[in-house]
Write a new protein. Structure first.
Length: 288
């Protein structure tokens, strides 16, 4: 059974993206079952022993100053939140951001970690990719500027769920349906499932043309969809499926193209290789 999201770790980086991450966390507090948010900032002071000996209070004062800065920012953005949830500020010392965030996730038994991705900044892209592989919880990657889409109206109207008919796809769809049901009284939400199929190498040996075999693959996908949805309860939720043919051996481009076409507000992707409750949340187009 898919567990509700109760505890969130939000990774703050002391950049302009922090304000957007806090605002999006407030949005999650109003639209999900969240009851506590941990705002985490990882610092690596790494002061030489000689400096510490000469300035013994420097580390303590530097940490206190940074915590006050984070507290002021969080309080400034949380004061008008409609649904108040408890939150705390955590300053964690670690050699790098990923290690610090992984420690926070474990310490606080987080259900979801929220991290930002700055446009055209390779370092943040690398961190998000590594964390996506190693985090033992669900992940929401928020690309810079994504919050502006829902600011004011505070709405997610279109959710894209790429599927491959696996258990992980089922959990991702279930998460999207749970979100849609919780917010159906506010506005209508459409869930668009996408199945990407490709022609197998050697298909021409069957005597079928490219278009003929593509039709066979699509028909097979439709049958798979019917079986996939047999036990899924979609009552009261708007769910449709789109079949996309991959012609360039790049599934992410197919997902991104459809996301742009339907103006998706969030992408929910089942995450293989982690716990049964896990799903990987990708805010608008964060995967590339």
């Amino acid at each position: 059974m898919l567990q509700p999201i109760k505890k969130i770790v939000v990774g703050l980086s002391h950049t302009h993206l922090d304000a957007e991450l806090i605002d999006y966390s407030n949005f999650l507090a109003e639209t999900t079952e969240v009851n506590h948010i941990y705002f985490v900032h990882v610092v690596n002071l790494h002061l030489p022993d000689k400096i510490l000996a000469e300035f013994p209070d420097l580390e303590k004062e530097a940490l206190a100053e940074r915590k006050q800065e984070v507290e002021d920012l969080v309080e400034g953005h949380c004061k008008d939140t409609k649904r108040l949830v408890s939150h705390s500020i955590e300053i964690i010392q670690a050699s790098n951001n990923m290690k610090g965030l992984l420690r926070a996730i474990g310490n606080f038994d987080a259900d979801l970690v929220v991290i930002g991705r700055i446009k055209d900044k390779e370092k943040t892209s690398v961190i998000t990719q590594r964390l996506a592989r190693r985090a033992p919880c669900q992940i929401l990657i928020l690309p810079e500027g994504a919050y502006k889409k829902i600011d004011g109206g505070m709405q997610i109207k279109t959710i894209l769920v790429p599927i491959d008919f696996s258990e992980y796809s089922y959990l991702a769809l279930d998460r999207a349906i749970r979100f849609a049901r919780r917010n159906k009284d506010k506005h209508e939400i459409e869930i668009v499932c996408q199945y990407v199929y490709r022609l197998p190498s050697g298909y021409h040996l069957t005597g079928k043309s490219e278009d003929e075999f593509a039709e066979i693959m699509c028909t097979n996908a439709k049958e798979g969809w019917e079986e996939f949805m047999e036990d899924e309860d979609t009552d009261g939720v708007n769910v449709r499926v789109v079949y996309s043919r991959d012609i360039n051996d790049d599934l992410t481009s197919d997902i991104r193209d459809l996301a742009n076409e339907i103006d998706a507000d969030i992408i929910v992707i089942g995450s293989k290789g982690r716990s049964a409750t896990a799903a990987l949340f990708l805010g608008s187009f964060a995967e590339k």
